[in-house]
Every structure is written in structure tokens, then in C-alpha cells.
Design a protein around this ligand. Sequence first.
Ligand code: SF4
Ligand code: SF4
Length: 181
Amino acid sequence: MVMGKITKIRKYITINANNCIGCRACELACSAFHARPRYSSANPKRARIRIVRDPLKDIYLPVYAGEYTAAECAGMNKYVIDGKEYSTCDFCRASCPSRDSFKEPDSGLPLKCDMCEDNPPLARPKCVEWCPNEALIYEEREEEVEEGAPQLGEVEIGVEAMIDKYGLQKFLETVAKMAKL
Ligand code: SF4
Ligand code: SF4
């Protein structure tokens, strides 16, 4: 069978850290949107975005939750950018065993940005909508991809990672608990 190319819409959020003022509205908006029932609570620990903040050093860095990782890094680096010092962990998007970031506080399950997928789709993700200073810029781009190439969706990848780490039984128990909320 001959495979062709198909056009797909890809969603991007560009971070302009220079515009971030550390207000954390993005964290609140994300956690409220993902609360069950929706908007029933707002807890930044449940957000899929976190702000690395150090007001004394004028550091405000938005970081999105990415993939879960089973092992922590073997070594850490320091980065100096515009005279400000960051660590490897500051930029890291992973839910990792060595820190609390991007973990659902009750279950400990990893959190991952899903671009606020909804039906009908939102005009733009909640964190972008509530950012008061254009630090987060949303964009949709048409891109050509191979037709028929295996492509797991973001949510599917997240589920795979959770089952990999916690086992199918604990994953199913957690889903059942969430369904009752
Ligand atoms: S895009 Fe949606 S899920 Fe991702 S961090 Fe922003 S509000 Fe949260
Ligand atoms: S809402 Fe915008 S300005 Fe406020 S902390 Fe988040 S990214 Fe920074």
C-alpha cells in the first residue's frame, strides 16, 4: 500500500519568559479547568504548568508538564542565562521520582499538559487565556505527516506511562475513584 502525506493541525504554546510576572494565574486556571467537577476547585499543585519563581533574582519561568520518567537524572547542571542561574530541574518537564512537580497530590499519578482538549474545542488553552501579560502565545500550525504512521495521542501516551509506572490495577482503581467524584 502506498502511503501519502496528510495535513494535520498541530498546537503550540510559545513561552516568552521575559513577559512572565509570576502571577500564577495560569496555574490556577489550569487546575480549575481540570478539576472534577470542572471549576469546583483551584489548586496549583494540580496544574499542568508550573512557574519556577525566585522574585529576589527576578526569575519567572513557565514550564509545561511533559512525559513521566521512571528514573531521575544521574547528574545536574547549572545554566546561567542573562546573569540568572537555573538548574536542570528548572527547565525539566517530566514528572520524576525525585521531586513533587507534576504529580496529582492525592494519587501521586503523573500530570501532563493535554492542551485543554475539549469537545467542542476551546479557542485557546486556559493558561493562555488567563495570562495577563502575553507570556504564553498559542498557535495552530498545519503540518504534513505520513499517512498511516502510528501516532499515539498525547492522552494515550500519558495513560501508557501511568500504567507502566503504577500497574494496571492501581491505574484502574484511580480512574474508578475519579469517576465517582
Ligand atoms: S494548555 Fe491547558 S492543560 Fe496545558 S498547562 Fe495550559 S491550561 Fe493546563
Ligand atoms: S499567567 Fe502568564 S504572567 Fe502569570 S505566571 Fe503564568 S505565564 Fe507568567
